[in-house]
Design a protein around this ligand. Structure first.
Ligand code: 3Y8
Ligand code: NAP
Length: 250
């Protein structure tokens, strides 16, 4: 009997949840609990960490999960690493549902960096106005360049004081659109954009806006997830995942 754990938190995960619900699949949707009021899903939903690899392996066994789909974000490297190890321990079939990385196109001015610290170094010394569209988990590193004015887009109001002296905070949950991001960046006189190479449509609006406004984008590459590579199929569409769920072998 197929019972599915869907590790969510992305547009792709929500699309898959809808298809699974429509198919009457026996599935559980999982959030980390990073945001105050996550979008509700059409599947039974659990919120919060599992307690590392062992916690996830125990959950898989206790819930008699037969298939796990890692539809988390390309930057959710810890969750993806844990899923590979826990599914191996628990003997559960695992696939990843991942969108391809963005590629620079005509008219794009991207500076590719590998880490958050490299992104900080890529910012100029002279005061600039930076759209820091990478959420709230990695803001501290940018305190190394306090001279810039940072436009921050966060899902929830910050609970603690921000680590940057000059900020404007925009509270918004994507998916975003190019017209909205263009207006936002013009309104704030943005000169630079910092982005994680999330891929997908939900966060791409700022890239289209930057291209239209002729602004440079500092693009942070995805973290390597050693245990992820080659340890389970990486699928790119809901249809592929649904097919895999009925024939996971191979
Ligand atoms: C809690 C669930 C859906 C999923 C929607 C996608 C699109 C909109 C764009 C920008 C970039 C950023 C951020 C972003 C986007 C989608 C997707 C995506 C980027 C929610 C959600 C959860 C999270 C967690 C949150 C992180 C943060 C990252 C904001 C819900 C809305 C910047 C990633 O406050 C915090 O601690 C936020 C943390 C991880 C990255 C960070 O380091 O701060 N996502 N985002 C999930 C959970 O608890 O398991 O609240 O409804 C989901 C979505 N956010 O169902 O339609 O698929 O990527 N999410 C990035 O790309 O850099 C915003 O502003 O342009
Ligand atoms: P992460 O750093 O890879 O994971 C840290 C810990 O959070 C994991 O070890 C796990 O805790 C818990 N966790 C992460 N995703 C979970 C899930 N879907 N269900 C249950 N527990 C989860 O993860 P993250 O980058 O903070 O991402 C957290 C969530 O936000 C994920 O759902 C992800 O898809 C979503 N998201 C992240 C980004 C991003 O930029 N990182 C962007 C968009 C959406 P335990 O070890 O206790 O099990």
């Amino acid at each position: 009997m197929t019972r599915i754990l869907l590790l969510g938190g992305t547009t792709e995960a929500s699309a898959l949840a809808k298809t699974l619900a429509e198919a009457g699949a026996d599935a559980v949707f999982s959030y980390a609990g990073r945001t105050a009021k996550p979008v509700s899903q059409p599947l039974p939903t659990r919120v919060g960490g599992f307690g590392g690899v062992d916690g996830l392996a125990a959950y898989l066994k206790a819930e008699a999960i037969t298939h796990a789909v890692d539809a988390t974000h390309p930057f959710a490297a810890q969750m993806s690493t844990n899923a590979v190890q826990a599914c191996k321990t628990a003997g559960v079939n695992l696939c990843a549902f991942e969108r391809p990385a963005w590629q620079a196109g005509k008219g794009d001015t991207w500076v590719h960096v590998g880490t958050i610290d490299e992104a900080v170094n890529a910012l100029p010394e002279a005061a600039a106005r930076v759209f820091l569209a990478i959420g709230k988990q990695n803001l501290t590193q940018f305190a190394a360049k306090p001279q810039h004015h940072y436009l921050l887009r966060l899902v929830d109001e910050p609970e603690a004081p921000l680590p940057l002296p000059h900020t404007t905070v925009e509270i918004a949950r994507g998916p975003f659109d190019a017209a909205g991001d263009t207006a936002l960046m013009q309104r704030h006189g943005i000169t630079h954009v910092v982005a994680k190479n999330a891929g997908g449509a939900g966060a791409a609006a700022k890239l289209t806006a930057a291209r239209g406004l002729g602004l440079p984008v500092i693009m942070i590459g995805r973290p390597e997830v050693p245990a992820k590579a080659g340890q389970r199929p990486i699928l790119g569409s809901v249809a592929e995942v649904m097919a895999w769920l009925s024939h996971p072998a191979g």
